[in-house]
Design a protein around this ligand. Structure first.
Ligand SMILES: Nc1ncnc2c1ncn2[C@@H]1O[C@H](COP(=O)(O)OP(=O)(O)OP(=O)(O)O)[C@@H](O)[C@H]1O
Ligand SMILES: [Mg+2]
Length: 242
């Protein structure tokens, strides 16, 4: 088992957008350094809301989030970026009128001096973005935009990366590429927490998965265990086997 220190701990989170309406009704998650965590669950379960709450974009009414032991509950997103958390939202995650390179510059607004160094590192992971650095993001395909969004988050050299459905809307080949890249990024030492509708593929690469339903983190197990879990198969995987 993984005995690395806990890097992110969400404890019994209650959160929502509107007064009196809780979307998350007690979400807990414990993530160890270097883990790749997959979060699966039905549409509307609160997966995106959970990531947004971790990243300070949805007010947490009760419960705590800590990063390496430090309380970061309801801390502002820009402060969280400073503390090493990166977030790639589910939608609207690039600036369409800016070029690829300009998008990546926006990603490093807090680390201008290190722009070159970070740019080279990120382009190493996504070479195609380097070749097309002067192309406007708005003229890219969905998969290429997704790459830009991920690259932008990586420009800040995060320790923890939150990804919301990085494979959504992509062709099977592009989806596969996204999972491989996510795995690669994780292998460079970045702790990854990914929400995915492609539950099978997600659990295949995840060290551990969480099932989120109706705003509650129902259970957690290793990716392999969840892939074999009859309830998970019935609800999220449809059929047995790959
Ligand atoms: N900005 C918002 N204001 C008010 N309610 C919202 C907002 N965004 C989401 N919700 C509500 O919160 C609930 C959970 O939505 P959320 O987007 O977290 O689900 P999800 O699990 O990410 O779903 P999906 O798989 O479709 O992406 C839904 O009932 C949704 O209507
Ligand atoms: Mg969502």
């Amino acid at each position: 088992m993984n005995d690395a220190p806990v890097i992110l701990h969400a404890d019994d989170i209650i959160a929502g957008y509107l007064p009196g309406i809780d979307i998350l009704n007690g979400c807990s998650m414990e993530v160890r350094e270097g883990e790749l965590i997959g979060i699966i669950g039905p549409n509307g379960a609160g997966k995106s809301t959970f990531l947004k709450a971790l990243f300070g974009l949805v007010p947490i009414r009760s419960g705590t989030v800590s990063l390496s032991g430090e309380d970061i509950t309801n801390m502002r997103a820009d402060q969280l970026v400073h503390k090493g958390i990166g977030f790639v939202p589910q939608t609207n995650n690039v600036f369409p009128s800016l070029t690829i390179e300009e998008n990546l510059e926006m990603g490093s607004y807090q680390a201008h001096k290190k722009f070159r160094e970070n740019f080279d590192r990120v382009i190493d992971i996504f070479p195609v973005l380097g070749e097309r650095r002067h192309q406007r993001a708005g003229s890219l395909s969905g998969g290429e935009r997704q790459m830009v969004a991920m690259a932008r988050a990586l420009m800040m050299d995060p320790h923890v990366l939150l990804l919301d459905e990085p494979s959504a809307g992509l062709s099977p080949v592009r989806q596969d590429e996204t999972f491989v890249r996510t795995r690669d990024i994780n292998r460079t030492g970045v702790t990854v927490i990914m929400v995915e509708q492609n539950a099978r593929r997600c659990l295949q690469i995840a060290d551990r998965g969480y099932v989120l339903d109706q705003g509650t983190s129902a259970y957690t197990a290793t990716g392999q265990e969840l892939l074999k879990d009859p309830k998970v198969i019935e609800l999220y995987l449809g059929t047995l086997g790959a």
